[in-house]
Design a protein around this ligand. Sequence first.
Ligand code: NAD
Ligand code: ZN
Ligand code: ZN
Length: 408
Amino acid sequence: MRALTWHGRHDVRVDTVPDPEIVLPRDCIIKVTSTAICGSDLHLYDAYIPTLRAGDVLGHEFMGEVVEVGSKSTLKKGQRVVVPFTISCGQCFFCEKQQFSCCDNSNPAETSDASETLMGHAMGAAFGYAHLTGGYAGGQAEYVRVPFSDVGPIVIPDGLDDDKVLFLSDILPTGWQAAENADIEPGDTVAVWGCGPVGLFAIQSAFLMGAHRVIAIDHYPRRLELAKQMGAEVLDYREVEVLEALKELTGGIGPDAVIDCVGMESHGLSIDNVLDTVKAHTLLGTERPHALRQAIIACRKGGRVSIPGVYGGFADKFPLGQLMEKGLSVKSGQTHMQRYLKPLLDLIREDKVDTTFMISHREPLEKAAEMYRHWHDEQNTYTKIVLKPEMAKQSTAAAPSARISEPA
Ligand SMILES: NC(=O)c1ccc[n+]([C@@H]2O[C@H](COP(=O)([O-])OP(=O)(O)OC[C@H]3O[C@@H](n4cnc5c(N)ncnc54)[C@H](O)[C@@H]3O)[C@@H](O)[C@H]2O)c1
Ligand SMILES: [Zn+2]
Ligand SMILES: [Zn+2]
């Protein structure tokens, strides 16, 4: 089959790789109909996440049709499913507490050891996300093996297009959990750093949870425009001093809750970020948490800090005193995906959440390497890329160089 494989920093290729097979009774195999590139994939593309190996198949946002089932899968051939990016057994201490991304069974011993050394405990597993999280092949591919298929995938009823439900695989639940973790109270003002897909869904979710105002921060005009369309007030951090602007907008008090939807690769030329960038490039550090530092300093006394943005290791110059002295609470984590699939599918069916507004490009899987370059270098234009394996065959047959995307 064809799949997007990682070969080194900024080197990904669409290769022919062996087809996946059923390995364990609870597995199924799905034929991928749609798969997306995530901001988290950039951390792999930039080689900031350790334990990737040449040839690893990437991709953790995907959906498709069930084509094979193991003897203990609860799925049936022909069903259309969205697969959450977290791989969870459904039976361990953590899964029983609904803390699915912390699953203790899905990351095999030989790969979980490295994560135990780094994090203190073995991490749960995920698709296409290096060997720290299990080394499972990802879904930017024609086919994918789905372990614990009786726990993860959600069956999609007829009549809902892929574009409407694909983001149940990650960014929609992640934006939702980000807002939930901000413990929003009716009337709150919430500030969101980063207007990528996760930030945009966090904005939408914050309003649904009763936020009175959402203030969104980024520097890409197109992404800020999308945030505005979702009802947010926006700040371009290249044009305003963010801390001052937030104080001004909140009568000097600061936002009630802050959400970091940027993660470990903050942009910007602030002194702390320049130092972090030098450290990251000379392997003296892993994180560039400028946005998180700013969020903590901006947050009102007694406020809440939610961190869906991904971090990989140790951060320095961390505003610990500000966090403690202001009495902030912090919630974070990879999303406990399986908790949110059903309720969010219901909201999609009721047209209460819009999932398609951010898709700027739909392209064949064959163009995945090119799309990674654009996703990395042109975030203003490329606000979300969806890859369609079948489109490759159709467009190759019709016109090899056909451009399928609408320009953003
Ligand atoms: N917790 C989870 O389970 C989970 C799941 C998916 C993604 N994520 C993480 O969420 C983060 C966002 O994902 P995404 O897909 O939206 O990524 P993205 O790269 O598309 O978006 C990040 C946005 O942050 C903006 N940004 C950068 N520096 C900034 C700064 N200093 N201030 C304000 N904005 C700034 C960028 O311009 C960009 O628009 C990533 O770290 C990703 O790994 C976490
Ligand atoms: Zn993702
Ligand atoms: Zn488990």
